[in-house]
Write a protein that binds this ligand. Structure first.
Ligand code: DQA
Length: 143
């Protein structure tokens, strides 16, 4: 079973961000971790990252057409992109929102997610393990 794992802006530079928040793993390491954890659960994880809202929207359209489940870390787009929300709302397969950090423990502007309201669920605050937990949740949903 294929799953699209979409990552928003600045996550491609994960190892250069505040390591007390995001840890030390770079994006290539995160991608490998997700692919490996996905494979162990029987998923083919197609892990992508873009700093562009346009790319993320077109990948959501692709997932909607192919009826593929999506795990998304929209990064800063989480907090204000109605365009990503509208695209994600067209999915008929599960959508799981993930965050490496726990945005509710951080600055006030991060306390709003415009994505959570249309997601099957949200997993935040467990570092890269947030993605593994999302894959497990997805597996459970498929039963
Ligand atoms: C993030 C949290 C967002 O607030 C932030 O803008 C990010 C990463 C996370 O994974 O913790 O870029 O989505």
């Amino acid at each position: 079973m294929k799953v699209l794992v979409l990552n928003g802006p600045n996550l491609g530079r994960l190892d250069l961000r505040d390591s007390s928040v995001y840890g030390k793993l770079d994006f290539a390491g995160l991608k490998l971790f997700i692919e490996t954890q996905g494979a162990a659960l029987g998923f083919l994880a197609d892990v992508r990252q873009s700093d562009s809202e346009v790319d993320i929207i077109s990948w959501l359209h692709e997932a909607a057409e192919a009826k593929i489940p999506v795990i998304i870390n929209p990064a800063a787009f989480t907090h204000y992109s109605y365009a990503i929300r509208d695209a994600a709302e067209m999915l008929t397969s599960p959508l799981i929102e993930v965050h490496i950090s726990n945005p509710l423990r951080r600055e006030e502007f991060r306390h709003t997610s415009v994505i959570s309201g249309i997601a099957s669920g949200t997993i935040a605050g467990f570092g890269p393990d947030s993605y593994r937990l999302a894959l497990i949740a997805l597996k459970e949903m498929q039963k």
